[in-house]
Design a protein around this ligand. Structure first.
Ligand code: 13P
Ligand code: SF4
Length: 332
C-alpha cells in the first residue's frame, strides 16, 4: 500500500534490505553512492527526531528508502497532522510543506529545495480570489490544496483530487467556485449536480496528455488499462478506464491487478507502483514534474544537516488558511 505510515519504516531496515526494495529500478553499480546518502539520512532522522513525508511523485530512491510516510496530498496532510516528530521534512513541493506547517505550527517543517513550486499554485493569487468573490457574491470558494497559504486564507474550504466531489457536495449549496485547476473543476462538475465556476489554472504535467495518446496506447498495447489523474483534460478522462488521485490509482492497481496498465500522470508514480507489483506490465508514457524532481537524496541529507529550508507562514495568513484546511479534513 502506498498510503502509509509505512508498515516497515526505512529507519528500522538494514541497507541490503532497502536495496531489495528498489533493485528492479536501481542498478547495483549506482547503489553505493545512493546508500551513502541514505545511511546518513536515516541517522540524521533519528538525531533530529525527524520524519520524511514523501509524495507519490518522488523518485523510488527517496520513496522506498528514506520516507516514513508516503501518499497523495490528502494522506500527507492527514499524516502531518498526526506525527509526533519534532521535525517534518517534506519531500514534495512547496504547497505541501506549507500545508504541513499550517497543521503543525509548533513544529519545524523543512523543504529540501525552496524552488519546488507548482504551476497550479502559481496560477492564482489572493487578489484574484477577492475579485472572484466580488463577481460571484455569496458563492463559496473551494481551493485545491495546490495553492499558496495566502490563497487558502481567502478560501472557505480546501479540497484535494481525492475528495473534491465530496467537499463540493458537503457544502450543500447549488454553486461553488472551485480553483485553480480548470480540469479538476470540470472533471468534478461531470460527477455532481453542483454548478462549478472554474479558474483557468492547469497542471503543466497533466495538461499535456491527450485523447490521442490513449487511442494509440490501446492500439499498440492490446487490453491495456488506462488510469488518469483528474488534473488531465476532461477529453482524456472521458477515454480512460479509471480516474483518481495518485493514491487512488495505486489502490486501483493493487486491488484490480490489471495485467497491462498505464498511469497517465507523473513518471515516478509508475516507477514506485511497479516496484510493488513486479508481475504487472507498466507501459510508461509519462510526463516529469520539474518541481517534484528538484527534491533529491543529497538535498534531503543537506536539509537534515543544515536544518534549511524552514517553511513558515505569517500568523495572520496561517490562522485563516489553517481553518480552510481543517474544514476539509473534517468534511472528508
Ligand atoms: P494527489 O493529491 O493526487 O497526489 O496530486 C497531487 C499533485 O500534485 C498531482 O499533480
Ligand atoms: Fe503541480 Fe502538476 Fe507538479 Fe503536481 S504534477 S506538483 S500539480 S505541476
Amino acid at each position: 500500500m502506498l498510503q502509509t505510515p509505512s508498515p516497515s519504516p526505512a529507519a528500522t531496515l538494514p541497507l541490503p534490505e532497502l536495496y531489495r526494495r528498489v533493485e528492479h529500478h536501481i542498478p547495483p553499480v549506482e547503489w553505493p553512492i545512493l546508500a551513502n546518502d541514505i545511511a546518513a539520512i536515516l541517522k540524521l532522522k533519528q538525531e533530529r527526531n525527524a520524519v520524511v513525508l514523501a509524495h507519490n511523485y518522488q523518485t523510488p530512491d527517496i520513496f522506498h528508502t528514506v520516507a516514513d510516510i508516503v501518499g497523495d496530498s490528502l494522506a500527507l496532510a492527514r499524516e502531518a497532522a498526526r506525527t509526533q516528530a519534532a521535525v517534518i521534512v517534506l519531500a514534495g513541493v512547496h504547497f505541501m510543506a506549507e500545508t504541513a506547517k499550517l497543521l503543525n505550527p509548533q513544529k519545524t517543517v523543512l523543504i529540501p529545495d525552496l524552488e519546488a513550486g507548482c504551476s497550479l499554485a502559481a496560477s492564482i493569487s489572493a487578489a484574484d480570489i477577492r475579485l472572484l468573490r466580488e463577481r460571484h457574491p455569496g458563492v463559496p470558494v473551494v481551493s485545491y490544496v495546490n495553492t499558496s497559504a495566502a490563497v487558502k486564507a481567502e478560501s472557505d474550504v480546501c479540497c484535494t483530487s481525492s475528495n473534491a466531489k465530496k467537499i463540493v457536495e458537503a457544502l450543500g449549496v447549488p454553486r461553488v467556485i472551485m480553483l485553480p485547476d480548470e480540469y479538476l473543476a470540470r472533471n468534478t462538475a461531470a460527477q455532481t449536480r453542483v454548478e462549478i465556476i472554474a479558474w483557468k489554472g492547469h497542471c503543466e504535467v497533466h495538461e499535456r496528455f491527450t485523447p490521442e495518446d490513449i487511442r494509440s496506447l490501446r492500439e499498440s498495447h492490446h487490453g491495456i488499462t488506462v488510469l488518469a489523474h483528474p488534473e488531465c483534460p476532461p477529453e482524456v478522462i472521458a477515454e480512460c478506464d479509471f480516474t483518481g488521485s495518485t493514491a487512488a490509482m495505486a489502490e486501483f492497481v493493487g486491488k484490480k491487478r490489471p495485467a497491462r496498465v498505464v498511469l497517465l500522470t507523473e513518471c515516478s508514480m509508475s516507477d514506485n507502483v511497479a516496484l510493488e507489483y513486479p508481475d504487472l506490465e507498466f507501459v510508461r508514457p509519462c510526463n516529469l514534474c520539474p518541481h517534484m524532481k528538484r527534491i533529491t537524496l543529497p538535498k534531503i541529507r543537506r536539509t537534515l544537516e543544515t536544518m534549511k529550508y524552514e517553511v513558515t507562514v505569517e500568523p495572520e495568513i496561517a490562522e485563516r488558511a489553517r481553518a480552510a484546511v481543517e474544514r476539509m479534513l473534517a468534511l472528508g
